[in-house]
Ligand binder design. Sequence first.
Ligand SMILES: [Mg+2]
Length: 364
Amino acid sequence: MGDNVIKSVEVKYFKVPLEGNLVDALHGKHDNFELITTTVYMKDGRCGTGYTYTGGIGGTAIVDVLKNDLIPQLIGKEYTSPEVLNDYMNQSIHYVARGGIASFGISALDIAFWDMKLKTEGIAIADYFGTRNKKVRTYYGGIDLMFTEKELLANIECQLAKGHTAIKIKLGKKNEDEDIQRVKAVRNLLGKDAMFMVDANMIWSVEQAIRMAKRLEEYDIKWLEEPTNPDDYEGYAKIGQATTIPIAMGENLHTIYEHKLALDIARIKYPIPDCSNVCGITGFLKVSKLAKERNLVVSSHGMQELHVNVLGGIDNAGFLEYHSFPICDYTIEPLKIVDGYIEPALTHGVGVEFDWEKLEIYKS
Ligand SMILES: [Mg+2]
């Protein structure tokens, strides 16, 4: 065993304020996001950093499960691989925390193990699988339900000026006509060929989702995201059968088994996992494989600064969400959007190096 042993893990918690009126149908207003980072140190000096995030709630519980439960079981343990340690962590906490807070904690540690592994091997994650994508297609994901139509369009114009060419907006207004009017206005602004998605954040019943999907069909919607409760896989299947618009989900599925049900029972067309809550890069790659076996691409939710690099190494990469939680503003290397694409990092490791000085004032 020698020096190939986990010596310590440093956990940091940041509560980062968000500017603007960021509202979606289910979660209401977001005024901050929580960022939890984990840095793993080996006895021989190797290290790697991972992280997870929340929409402003639950972060301290993630810190607790890391410090009280997950990390104590890793200290002194031999490093094998991210995948083996991922299974170990999942099994150790399965009974109490399967698929919930534990998935977020395991994600942060899994990303740290990947970072350490790739730094040790001297390779960027986009090169690790031998299929680097030179650039990854991205879209701007707005949290814009409470913007007036004028604000909504102004924000989209601002994003187009930054280099985006594809847009997702929130739906779920009390008045269904208002949702449709916003979609019509955005489609007019974007022009007929631009990629345009919509996201209802689980707010509709199955019947309402079917009704809305039918009304949305004439606007050439790339996908309808989370039309109803993600646990209702059969409801998803009904919605998918009733409309020509492909159905998407994934950010609320935190185990590989849930993603499999989403593909096979809900029959979604766009799986959208998130490395921060699907047990890390290991979990994301498993979803990518399931998607590939079904001839589907895999897209990503949130943490664009990491997912651009992960999607950069996957041969069935779909679409990178450029999320409205700007974790990417707190890293050293800014993301450059050019004509709707971003290039994956060349840096060894997972390619996310935090600007700790910039984050310091939000630490608690
Ligand atoms: Mg969403």
